[in-house]
Write a protein that binds this ligand. Structure first.
Ligand SMILES: *Cc1c(COP(=O)(O)O)cnc(C)c1O
Length: 388
């Protein structure tokens, strides 16, 4: 692969000279790119309020940067909540987006001043009514699109339309504010028309509830916007155009308030994991297959290579004739094989110490590490500005 398909020459020179000063493995995130992604998204979806999904990369540098740019935040747990509050983020710009939570956690969110909660079950809704009286609730609905998302999320979260209607009615009865519909079409969603199906469902629910005297104000479209991996996806302009068009079609007489919760799109392309080759080996003299062992693997940053779901572009500096390889991580666990079905090609004479650059690894990597499995520490991280 050509690294200049991803980074301009100058930018790559900066990354290289930074990387050369540090021992592998580590993740370096360019904050310039995070900023650019956020501003691009705001430009292309100007009507949407952006809640960054903190779980994608909860680094302090990213949170404070996005806060400065005017982002709000989608928060997955009380631990993220405490971190954001400690950084001085206002509770007005937080929403509790996890549908799976303890009653005492809801209480903590509420006492901290958070008033937006997402639910998808009666038990959770009753907990919200008890621990967060008068709060605004979103009901999350199931969506299509499992097969076209690289990292589908939808089956665990959300409920069927009929149950959503019942939950909205119950929310009103319990003194909560039925505020909006939320959905998530699946992370790294490649089929833009999946948003259309979800918005059509939203429209149906909004109309049905209006007959019951409930006026929903908001549609929360979740995440799903892409990072730039081996399998190409459309540009953010194309996503935004498609989604805007579907919104206009489904809401001809005026759009509800719109929220989006990008995680991956904001941070993925800003990150580069730098690793080095530990060893490479064949299992027999005549074997066609060469194994390449890297000092980064599934347990210290590359969790999303599970089932080869996310395929990162890997740039290898060594030159030479290319051959297909199996790439694996450094731990004593055979599950720590990274790519075997998908054939990456590396130079045949790869040596220990040769560096591998895993591009578009800013999302769901450092925050997705095991702690000291086999004694390996979590991934080191650096957050840097190219142009301060
Ligand atoms: C994880 C998550 C997101 C972010 O999804 P991406 O596909 O990374 O943009 C958004 N909203 C909710 C509720 C989530 O759980």
């Amino acid at each position: 692969m050509d690294v200049h398909d991803y980074f301009a020459k100058k930018e790559w020179k900066f990354i290289k000279s930074f990387a050369d000063k540090h021992q592998t493995p580590f993740l370096v995130v360019l904050l310039d790119i995070v900023k650019e992604k956020f501003l691009d998204l705001r430009k292309h979806l100007p009507y949407a309020r952006i809640f960054y999904a903190v779980k994608a990369n909860p680094a302090t540098e990213i949170i404070t940067l996005l806060d400065r740019l005017g982002s709000s935040f989608d928060v997955a747990s009380v631990y993220e909540l405490r971190k954001l509050l400690a950084l001085g983020i206002s509770p007005d710009s937080l929403s509790c987006g996890n549908t799976i939570k303890k009653k005492q956690d809801i209480e903590e969110f509420y006492k901290s001043g958070v008033r937006l909660f997402v639910t998808d079950s009666e038990m959770d809704l009753r907990n919200i009514a008890a621990a967060a009286p008068g709060a605004k609730v979103f009901v999350r609905v199931l969506t299509e699109g499992f097969s076209t998302a690289d990292w589908p999320l939808s089956r665990k979260f959300g409920c069927q339309t009929e149950m959503a209607l019942e939950l909205f009615l119950l929310a009103k009865k319990c003194g909560l504010v039925p505020y909006g519909i939320s959905f998530h079409v699946g992370s790294q969603q490649r089929d833009i028309s999946v948003w259309n199906a979800a918005l059509g469902k939203s429209r149906y629910i909004i109309d049905w509830l209006r007959e019951e005297g409930i006026e929903l104000e908001c549609v929360n479209m979740g995440g799903g916007l892409p990072g730039d991996y081996i399998e190409k996806s459309q540009s953010i302009e194309t996503y935004a155009e498609g989604i805007s068009h579907y919104l206009e079609e489904n809401f001809t007489e005026g759009m509800p308030e719109i929220i989006i919760e990008p995680g991956r799109y904001i941070v993925a392309d800003a990150g580069i994991i730098v690793s080095e080759v530990v060893l490479s080996a064949k299992k027999s003299k005549t074997s066609l297959e060469r194994w390449v062992f890297s000092d980064v693997g599934k347990f210290n940053g590359l969790m999303e290579s599970l089932n080869e779901a996310i395929k990162y572009p890997i740039f290898c500096e060594a030159k030479g004739e290319l051959e297909e390889v199996i790439i694996a991580g450094p731990t004593c666990d055979s599950m720590d094989t990274i790519y075997e079905d998908y054939k990456y090609e590396f130079p045949a004479d790869l040596k220990p110490g040769d560096r591998l650059y895993w591009l578009s690894t800013g999302a769901y990597t450092a925050s997705y590490c095991s702690v000291e499995f086999n004694g390996f520490p979590p991934l080191k991280t650096f957050y840097v500005w190219r142009k301060p």
